[in-house]
Write a protein that binds this ligand. Structure first.
Ligand code: SF4
Length: 306
């Protein structure tokens, strides 16, 4: 562990956090560092626990992604799971996470056991709302089965599958950029990259796909013209398709470079990746804080009133 250092890196989710609230970015990337150790100081351990907290929509996203991954594994093994089996699997994963959170199993294992914001901050949904969550998980899984993307994947050969939920990395401006493509497959001369979405469309989604195309060019040495990018919104079963153009890739590259520069400008020692909390201001809009896992850290005396 001697050379286990907190190294600077960039990802679309880190950028999203940085753009939302600099303090949240600091707590995630620096304040929580070392908190995996049960013997770390109380504040670091608490920040680490809150960093690993999830909301119910995040847990839904997680269980749907895990289920799709299993559906694809079974397809590869020629043992296709049927819809009903997959729906039950997804709901069971959700219930497992819910139970872990309710029983506070995360106290011992904050990384692997779910800690739901709704339990922690006492905003547990009603029984009716939970039934709706279960229905929405089942609908989402059903929509995956009927999506054009899955129909297409079923026609592909597993030998042409390039990636399934693998963490990839490449360099921009000398820094490591991480990305995780839900699924990538080669077909004839084209490469298809997929991202499954369980939430609504947001403005950064296209940028996320553009980051994937940068990764694909670096990893598989493919031409931009042969990359097809898909966001599949599983709630409504509407895909967003974009072509990876030179312009899009250049804009994305410039965006990442600018974002890296901004992040590093707040560090005490950019080369050593050392940061101080005071340089990362808290956001003024308390409506955002109200839904933030770190509100107990930022507003220790009045987070319940936010
Ligand atoms: S509670 Fe507010 S100020 Fe604190 S990290 Fe979250 S969003 Fe930022």
């Amino acid at each position: 562990m001697a050379d286990f250092k907190n190294k600077f890196s960039w990802s679309i989710s880190q950028d999203r956090t940085f753009q939302t609230c600099k303090r949240k970015y600091y707590l995630n990337r620096y304040g929580s560092w070392g908190g995996w150790d049960k013997n770390s100081d109380e504040l670091t351990r608490k920040i680490y626990i809150l960093k690993n907290q999830a909301t119910i929509p995040m847990l839904v996203g997680d269980v749907v992604h895990q289920t799709i991954s299993k559906i694809l594994d079974s397809l590869k093994a020629r043992k296709t799971w049927d819809i009903g089996y997959s729906q039950k699997h997804a709901v069971r994963l959700f219930k497992d996470g819910w139970k872990q959170s309710k029983n506070e199993e995360w106290v011992q294992d904050p990384k692997r056991k779910k800690n739901l914001f709704e339990h922690y901050y006492d905003s547990t949904p009603s029984e009716e709302d939970l039934v709706e969550v279960g229905d929405s998980i089942k609908n989402t899984v059903e929509n995956f089965y009927s999506s054009e993307s899955f129909k297409f994947i079923k026609t592909s050969r597993p030998v042409d599958w390039l990636s399934k939920e693998e963490l990839g990395e490449f360099k921009v401006a000398g820094e490591t950029v991480y990305c995780k493509i839900d699924f990538a497959v080669k077909h004839e001369d084209l490469v298809y990259l997929y991202d499954w979405k369980t939430g609504k469309k947001i403005s950064e989604d296209e940028r996320q796909l553009a980051v994937y195309s940068l990764y694909a060019v670096n990893k598989w040495a493919v031409d931009l013209g042969s990359i097809r990018l898909f966001d599949v919104y599983l709630k409504t079963n509407t895909p967003l398709t974009i072509r990876a153009s030179q312009k899009l890739v250049e804009e994305t590259q410039q965006y990442i470079e600018k974002s890296i520069k901004e992040m590093k400008s707040l560090l005490d020692h950019p080369d050593e990746n050392i940061a101080s909390i005071d340089k990362f201001p808290m956001i003024e809009n308390k409506n955002i804080c109200k839904h933030c896992s770190f509100k107990e850290i930022c507003y220790p005396d009045n987070f319940k009133e936010l």
